[in-house]
Write a protein that binds this ligand. Structure first.
Ligand SMILES: [Zn+2]
Length: 366
């Protein structure tokens, strides 16, 4: 076989602390503001955290649920920037699901005035004057992988129709991620299901991606297999500790793969369902996965071979097995190929920012 040069181009500077009890290893020596999801922290966890932070905690704000909108991000900037301004290098620490972590990614770039926020995020371009604060991310759901990616989703509901913004400054990675599976224990089962489906979507989107490489393939394959084996166990289990630990690991691995490849067609198609059908993100991605799997198989034999390794049971095509697996979780897959409108929508999304990353898109990757 001829020698090949692999251009991995791997870049992920996030310092990751993983495992049971990671939260207890927090040792702060600098001023910190906290953004936390109120539903995700138990009173005991909150008081432990406040005790650990002590006088280093100079500000605290709650995320109260809902989409991560431009308006919500601006309100948080108004609440926390005055405290961050008092001391250069104040760390932003966020604990929560993907929306909380994404809001923190916007908040950590402190601008001269909150009046500049919307324009900055809409144009995805920082003004000349700003301070980039250190960012520590602690996920409390196993799903989004946001703790190891450099971009954030913000919904701009101040324009009609509302649009999804991708805030992605070049140095947008967090300094640290603390992934403690114990923080996911209180996550309700329906939300845990949707978050794990998001992990599966990140893994598969990374496999049928133009930017995939041997490292992202290995991470994504492992993550996909874990979700497929462990999510049904989580939903049936009396004692769900072991599946939760496994799913937290899968989320991190898929996040690392996605941090290099970005997402692709299933994500591109999902945003409409989240906005107009109020469907949670992971669910909205999952409904498209069997269709996109088949499209990927048709587009690339190398990708088809990779996908066949996801289910280690060769008795039926992988896309069909995935379809059945999703039905077993009360998720009904959708297919756009059966109607003219659907095929037009598909071809439109294949040219979108995320759709272009898909192996079957005729347009250059975004
Ligand atoms: Zn996602």
């Amino acid at each position: 076989m001829a020698a090949q040069t692999l251009h991995l181009g791997w870049h992920n500077p996030v310092r990751i602390t993983w495992g049971h009890g990671a939260l207890h290893t927090l040792a702060l020596e600098q001023a910190t503001v906290v953004l936390a999801d109120r539903a995700a922290l138990s009173p005991a966890q909150e008081s432990l955290l406040r005790k650990q932070l002590g006088s280093h905690c100079v500000g605290w704000a709650w995320y109260e649920g809902g989409l991560a909108t431009v308006e919500k991000a601006r309100q948080l900037c108004r609440a926390l920037w005055p405290a961050m301004q008092r001391q250069t290098g104040t760390t932003v620490m966020a604990l929560g699901g993907g929306s909380t972590l994404d809001l923190a990614k916007a908040l950590r770039y402190r601008l001269a005035d909150t009046a500049l926020c919307a324009r900055t995020w809409r144009n995805n371009e920082l003004p000349l004057v700003f301070e980039r604060h250190p960012l520590w991310l602690l996920p409390t759901t196993a799903g989004t992988g946001s703790e190891v990616t450099r971009w954030a989703t913000l919904w701009d509901t101040e324009v009609q129709p509302a649009v999804k913004l991708s805030w992605s400054p070049p140095d947008g990675f967090a300094e640290r991620a603390l992934v403690d599976p114990d923080l996911t224990l209180s996550c309700p089962l329906p939300q845990s299901r949707d978050c794990a489906l998001d992990t599966l979507a990140h893994a598969l989107e990374s496999l049928w991606n133009k930017k995939r490489n041997p490292m992202t393939e290995a991470l994504a394959l492992e993550a996909a297999r874990i979700v497929i084996a462990q999510l049904p166990l989580l939903l049936q289990a009396q004692d769900a500790h072991a599946p939760r630990i496994a799913l937290a690991r899968a989320s991190l691995l898929a996040g690392l793969a996605m941090s290099q490849t970005q997402t692709a067609l299933a994500h591109a198609l999902s945003y409409d369902l989240t906005l107009h059908e109020n469907m949670p993100h992971g669910h909205a991605c999952a409904v498209w996965l069997p269709m996109v799997w088949e499209l990927a198989q048709e587009a690339s034999s190398a990708c088809a071979a990779l996908l066949e390794r996801v289910f280690q049971d060769a008795s039926a095509p992988g896309a069909r097995q995935l379809h059945q697996w999703l039905l077993g979780l009360d998720v009904s897959p959708r297919d756009l190929r059966t109607t003219l409108d659907g095929r037009e929508r598909l071809s439109l999304e294949l040219g979108s920012a995320r759709g272009r990353n898909f192996i079957g898109s005729p347009t250059t990757a975004g």
